[in-house]
Write a protein that binds this ligand. Structure first.
Ligand SMILES: [Zn+2]
Length: 249
């Protein structure tokens, strides 16, 4: 299913001649020229995005008011995904906060729209170039986040797909593990997965992951995490395998 979304995103990127970040700077303009009108909608409360598809070249996208710019950008790309992928199935999609950008949504079309959005906003060849040969450290991912104007979480999830080094992302909300995701390189090294409910910074969690005491916790202050209102991130790294932990403020 996601292959279809990846192919559609590649087609979209090619058809608009998108080659570097400057081409993506005014992303909304690109979506408009594709035939979708975009409106802010203060009455949209149960959803953060909504699309009505008229025909193959005509749609109306509404986004909730006051979304942070990276969230707004991803939501519009997500709705564009519905436009490109699901016009034959439906002509109206309402997307909740958890549908957009979520790692796993309960609805297949939402997952496809997210894969599409991620691949359009952060094309593989561009993301690879941005990450360079650097290890996917907190700083490197932060650079990519700024470069592509997406949230830190969106950039970190994209790194999982693009990065050739073993990488394991953990997301904590209010101290509880919400999800953990690893890339294929991590799997190849037979690293174990973390069970739900592990606490951030817990050495038992690290031990369980098989990284043991070779990991050292980087001082969060060093990265001025307090300035990041959306996400607080703690990077644990050591040896040759980076482990990035994402923690919601
Ligand atoms: Zn959706």
């Amino acid at each position: 299913m996601s292959d279809r979304a990846i192919k559609a995103a590649k087609r979209f990127v090619r058809s608009f001649g998108i080659e570097d970040a400057r081409d993506l700077a005014n992303f909304e303009q690109i979506v408009r020229s594709r035939g979708a009108r975009i409106f802010d909608d203060p009455t949209l409360t149960s959803a953060i995005g909504r699309i009505v598809i008229g025909d193959r070249n005509n749609a109306v996208i509404r986004v909730a008011d006051a979304l942070p710019p990276p969230r707004r950008r991803f939501t519009i790309a997500h709705e564009l995904g519905h436009f490109e992928l699901h016009a034959k199935q439906t002509n109206l999609v309402l997307c909740s906060d958890s549908d957009v950008g979520s790692v796993i949504s309960s609805r297949a079309i939402e997952n496809e729209a997210n894969v599409f959005a991620s691949n359009v906003l952060m094309p593989h060849f561009m993301f690879k170039k941005c990450l360079g040969t650097a290890a996917p450290t907190y700083q490197a991912l932060k650079e990519c986040q700024r470069f592509f104007q997406v949230s830190f979480e969106a950039a970190a999830l994209r790194a999982l797909e693009v990065c050739r080094e073993p990488l394991y992302l953990l997301k904590f909300v209010e101290g509880s593990l919400v999800w953990g995701r690893q890339n294929n390189e991590w799997r190849k090294h037979n690293r174990k997965t973390l069970p739900r409910g592990m606490q951030p910074g817990s050495y038992s969690a690290l031990h369980y992951a098989g990284v043991g005491s070779s990991y050292e916790e980087v001082d969060a202050e060093e990265y001025d995490l307090s300035a990041d209102l959306e996400l607080k991130d703690v990077l644990l790294r050591g040896g040759e395998y980076p482990l990035v932990m994402l923690t919601l403020a």
